[in-house]
Design a protein around this ligand. Structure first.
Ligand SMILES: NC(=O)c1ccc[n+]([C@@H]2O[C@H](COP(=O)([O-])OP(=O)(O)OC[C@H]3O[C@@H](n4cnc5c(N)ncnc54)[C@H](OP(=O)(O)O)[C@@H]3O)[C@@H](O)[C@H]2O)c1
Length: 229
């Protein structure tokens, strides 16, 4: 049976490339984005490559929007195999922790943490019902306690929290065929990181591998290798 994948924040950057790579593997991909026009255009680009990609609107900061996606997926496919929690924002670059702007941290947490958690809450029951699920949470080196430096406090806190969610869910889902992992794509050249030296294809690779090949759960990966939390 053809697998169904949902990718968040996929109108550009790494998420868009994850959609392409998953679809090239024969997976039906639901490309989601908060901006309907940009999302439809992105999906059309991949459809024009002959790929099985469709668009669905999703703002990860809206519980209503996530519940709407969940209902639609259940009604349309009655399954979901892969969830890629890719959508993310970095809005407090240049701040130290002592200068932290709490409003920016709140906004960052809504997108980077509560969105992915709500998506898991909404979609895991369907995965469990079908006996299969792969969840890939986009973290970052900035979320690794062993590598943490200074600056961008909201982003660091959010990505460390993503790792916590990964461990919590992996523990709770232990013994099921639903696996949850975190990953750091490394410094990838995108709108978020114009100085990143890695290609978008490199940034997407580990996410696609986790979604399709890796047999581990509750781990943190970069370049298909286990890394320290
Ligand atoms: N690039 C790097 O070096 C790097 C390194 C480590 C981790 N990461 C992580 O990798 C992931 C992808 O990053 P990227 O570099 O591809 O970033 P990007 O080019 O800035 O793309 C971010 C995507 O997230 C979407 N998004 C933001 N808020 C959203 C919301 N509320 N609902 C739905 N979508 C939303 C954006 O949509 P709009 O177009 O509407 O804004 C955009 O499509 C992020 O989680 C990021 O933290 C990136």
């Amino acid at each position: 049976m053809q697998k169904i994948a949902i990718v968040t924040g996929a109108n550009r950057g790494i998420g868009f490339e994850v959609c392409r790579q998953l679809a090239y593997l024969g997976i039906k991909v639901v490309l989601t984005a908060r901006d309907e026009k940009k999302g439809r255009e992105a999906a059309l680009k991949l459809q024009n490559e002959g790929l099985d990609v469709l668009f669905y609107p999703l703002d990860v900061t809206s519980v209503q929007s996530i519940l709407g996606l969940g209902e639609w997926v259940e009604k349309t496919f009655n399954r979901v195999d892969i969830l890629i929690n890719n959508a993310g924002i970095l809005i407090d670059r240049g701040y130290s922790a002592l200068e932290a702007d709490i409003d920016k941290i709140r906004e960052t947490m809504e997108t980077n943490v509560y969105g992915p958690l709500q998506l898991c809450k909404t979609l895991v029951p369907l995965m469990l019902r079908n006996g299969f699920g792969r969840i890939v949470n986009f973290s970052s080196g900035a979320g690794s306690l062993s590598r943490i430096r200074t600056g961008q406090p909201g982003y660091c806190i959010s990505k460390a929290s993503v790792n916590v969610i990964t461990r919590l869910l992996a523990n709770e889902l232990s013994g099921t065929n639903v696996y949850v992992n975190s990953m750091d794509p490394g410094p990838v050249h995108t709108d978020m990181n114009p100085r990143g030296e890695r290609s978008i294809a490199q940034g997407a690779d580990t996410a696609v591998w986790l979604a399709t090949e890796c047999a581990e759960t509750g781990r943190f990966f970069s370049d298909r290798k286990n890394i320290e939390w």
